[in-house]
Design a protein around this ligand. Structure first.
Ligand code: SF4
Length: 441
């Protein structure tokens, strides 16, 4: 029997906020099993890579990292585990690849099995795995091991039923299931007791939350009643799930931040249909209009995929048109990259040449950079309430990185105020990526 308390664990996380949150769950599960954590792979007995399957680039990075760790650790034994979406998406490839020296694999719903998987690996020396998907919320009884901080991530639902044709999530994370309101509120109270000021509610399709007669709007209301939590954010929503009731809560509840992520993906109706996004360009634009009428100070962000199967120049121009019309505050833009298991990989050939994808994304990036700059410059001279999040690490130790209610980063000089506090700040400078300002004393 291996003594678990002798094992040192190092975990590295790739991909989205849900993965960051899952790593916190994994840490809590392993701590309970008396494992210890270290900050680098050189002193670890077990290295886990919590992976993402959204893009080819992410896969290559993980393969490269496994080889790098093995190379660095030549001569000293180390177990390597692959966790996360890639574990489910590429299980067979990972298990059968003779050039990839890994010891165990655990999918997103199997983390409670990790202590057993690690132990089995030491006992048998064989590769083992568990990528079973659950129909139920798996982790509602686990309180994540979070780093001390100001913002806490909190998953309120998991999985997705939408089957956008380009996306692996329904296959790697299974069907939608939500935690109960009381369970979420209990955790938020715990967070407030631990000093967190902001909570970001997470879900693959967070606004489709549904549990025991409650929808996402009523969950937001319930969470906002917790004393000590000053700000509530949520990500990532789907444009199809924005009833008026939800928009009204964002508009009227002072704790719910005036920021919505609205993933457009494409501005062309034929491409949206091929993607199975379930809305048209016109419906999306009407939602934006309605949102801005109800919440005039709302900041909107989006996701765009360029070069999806068969997308023509003219169809891409529709995306440009919508970007110009909506003028998002920020955007995450990606070239389409086909993923195994998806509907698109079976039905829609990835036939837009790489050079054209690159040309389109460069055009889109330039446009969005200009729009973001103009939207940020429009804030100069305004006063916003800002939450001090952390020391600004990039440039000088004399500044804090803070965040406006609308999610924009603002750099402010240090003063007689501290992390976790909310202050008023005037905005003095703007760039496409953020703001600078001064805290009012
Ligand atoms: S809504 Fe679409 S893109 Fe988002 S997780 Fe579900 S399938 Fe993927």
């Amino acid at each position: 029997m291996i003594k678990q308390d002798k094992k040192n664990i190092f975990i590295e996380t790739y991909g989205c906020q849900m993965n960051e949150y899952d790593t916190e769950l994994v840490r809590a599960i392993l701590r309970k099993a008396e494992y210890r954590f270290v900050e680098d792979e050189l002193s670890a007995d077990v290295v886990m890579l919590n992976t993402c399957a959204i893009r080819e680039h992410a896969h290559r990075k993980v393969y490269g990292r496994v080889h790098e760790i093995k190379h660095k650790r030549q001569g000293t034994p180390v177990k390597i585990g692959i966790l996360g979406c890639m574990a489910t998406n590429l299980r067979t490839e990972l298990l059968e690849n003779k050039n990839l020296d890994i010891d165990f694999i655990a999918g997103p719903d199997s983390y409670k099995r990790l202590p057993a998987l690690i132990q089995e690996s030491y006992q048998t020396g064989k590769k083992n795995f568990d990528v079973t998907l659950s129909e139920f919320e798996t982790y509602s009884d686990v309180y994540p091991m979070r780093k001390e901080g100001v913002n806490a991530w909190l998953a309120v639902m998991r999985g997705c039923n939408n089957f956008c044709t380009f996306c692996v999530v329904p296959y790697t994370r299974g069907r939608e299931r939500s935690r109960s309101v009381s369970n979420v509120v209990d955790e938020v109270k715990h967070l407030a007791d631990d000093g967190f000021k902001q909570v970001t509610l997470l879900g693959q399709n967070v606004n489709s939350y549904k549990e025991g007669g409650h929808d996402f709007a009523s969950l937001l209301e319930a969470v906002s009643k917790v004393n000590g939590i000053e700000r509530i954010r949520f990500t990532s929503p789907h444009p199809k799930d924005f009833p008026d009731q939800l928009l009204n809560v964002v508009a009227q509840n002072p704790k719910v931040c005036k920021q919505i992520h609205l993933p457009l993906q494409s501005g062309n109706d034929r491409i949206l249909e091929l993607m199975n996004r379930t809305y048209t360009q016109d419906e999306f634009l009407k939602l934006v209009d309605k949102t801005r009428k109800l919440i005039p100070n709302i900041a909107l962000s989006t996701d765009i995929i360029v070069g999806f199967s068969t997308e023509t120049d003219k169809e891409f121009d529709d995306t440009i048109k919508v970007m110009k019309q909506v003028r998002f505050d920020s955007a995450f833009m990606f070239k389409y990259s086909e993923r195994k298991q998806t509907i698109a990989s079976r039905k829609h050939e990835d036939d837009v040449p790489e050079a054209i994808k690159t040309e389109r994304i460069v055009r889109l990036n330039e446009l969005q950079k200009q729009i973001a700059l103009e939207r940020n410059e429009a804030h100069i001279g305004e006063t916003h309430s800002v939450l001090i999040e952390q020391e600004e690490t990039n440039k000088s130790k004399d500044h804090y990185l803070a965040r406006c209610d609308n999610n924009k980063i603002i750099i402010v000089p240090k003063g007689p105020y501290y992390k976790g506090e909310i202050h008023q700040a005037t905005i003095t400078k703007a760039s496409p990526h953020g703001l600078k300002g001064n805290v009012l004393k």
